[in-house]
Design a protein around this ligand. Structure first.
Ligand code: GN1
Ligand code: MG
Length: 336
């Protein structure tokens, strides 16, 4: 904790520190809650193995937060005026922790799903005025399926953790969906780039604890150029089924049609007017795209021996991948 105390000294926090405790369940960064005599904050250690270009992240944050009108949580700047504190062997950022809000983790209520979709719809609408070419990807080719397929193929051929036999069936199922990559390559020619969130899972919205209405969009690490179908797609991936990514009972994964219509109409009510016909026509395809890419990424990490996502057991990435491929099958039936 001494480490964190010295980080906090770079930000003008109010009050005396009473408590520092681990917070939330992201797969990549480490987040801590700081309680002082005056208020609460979140301080986050950025995983610099994953986010290697902190300058890009800083520029993106500055561009985004300066245009924010009320839907992004305020971040603190260091005494040098930066959002990101870059140390010798770690990097940090800090934001206010809003009282009376919560991040949903499972899509068990349709009113929650409506509010999450509304939040990301408003985010899309507000970012319409931003120039995507003034932002860059914090992780190069983050949602580039072709690259993700290559990474999987490398992991299959080198099998560094000796796990291929235990997931051969999943590996075989990847090929049947390679058409998703071809379709996306064609869409890149006709879809406009936007400043997107790029990680619109259900957990990345804060709702009011009083009435579960939308308050803030959070986790801005991956904000940068992208396509609206990425952001719409990740909502479908995480909200059509009432299960979490780590669900142990695969039979519980199913698609709720009414949730689908709610997500779509709530999102489009906020930003439909700024989207092109091509974007609107391909929103559902985004669900297939993001589910496929996440299945591939979890499977690749399983094969590589859990070097990217945090895990508690050696089966975690396998279960996550298996669940994504099950969801993908169901989604494919649903949209066709
Ligand atoms: C990671 O760490 P977290 O939960 O914000 C990942 C996303 C995945 C998500 C799956 C930088 O996000 O792409 O969709 O896990 N972020 C990164 O839960 O790889
Ligand atoms: Mg994230």
């Amino acid at each position: 904790m001494i480490d964190i105390q010295s980080v906090l000294a770079h930000y003008a926090i109010q009050g005396d520190i009473l408590e520092i405790s681990p917070f939330g369940g992201g797969h990549i960064n480490d987040t801590f809650r700081v309680r002082t005599t005056v208020r609460k904050y979140l301080v986050q250690r950025i995983n610099t193995e994953v986010f290697r270009n902190l300058e890009v992240m800083e520029i993106n944050l500055q561009g985004l937060l300066s245009s924010n009108s009320g839907i992004l949580v305020d971040h603190l700047r260091t005494s040098k005026g930066k959002y990101i504190l870059v140390g010798a062997d770690s990097a940090w950022k800090m934001q206010y922790l809003n009282q009376s809000t919560f991040a949903p983790s499972v899509a068990d209520r349709i009113d929650i799903v409506r509010e999450v979709a509304k939040g990301f719809g408003e985010f899309t609408f507000q970012n319409n005025g931003l120039q995507p070419d003034q932002f860059a990807e914090t992780i190069p080719q983050f949602h580039h399926l072709h690259k993700r397929l290559e990474q999987l193929k490398d992991a299959v051929s080198s099998d560094p953790a000796n796990r291929l036999l235990s997931c051969q069936e999943l590996v075989d199922s990847v090929q049947a969906f390679e058409w998703i990559n071809e379709r996306m390559e064609a869409l890149r020619e006709i879809l406009p780039k936007r400043v997107c969130h790029n990680d619109t899972k259900i957990d990345n919205i804060l709702l009011s604890t009083h009435d579960s209405t939308f308050k803030y969009v959070i986790d801005l690490d991956t904000v940068g150029p992208g396509y609206v179908l990425y952001d719409f797609g990740d909502m479908l991936r995480t909200m059509l089924s009432p299960t979490t990514e780590g669900e142990s009972d695969i039979s519980k994964i199913h698609i709720r049609e009414d949730f689908y219509y709610t997500i779509r109409s709530s999102f489009l009510d906020e930003c439909g007017e700024i989207l092109t016909k091509n974007e609107i026509d391909n929103l559902e395809f985004g669900g297939l795209y993001m589910t496929y890419i996440m299945g591939i990424r979890f499977l690749t990490d399983y094969l590589n021996g859990d070097v990217y996502y945090k895990v508690k057991t050696a089966q975690d990435n396998f279960v996550r991948a298996r669940n994504q491929f099950r969801l993908l099958e169901l989604l494919d039936e649903f949209v066709s």
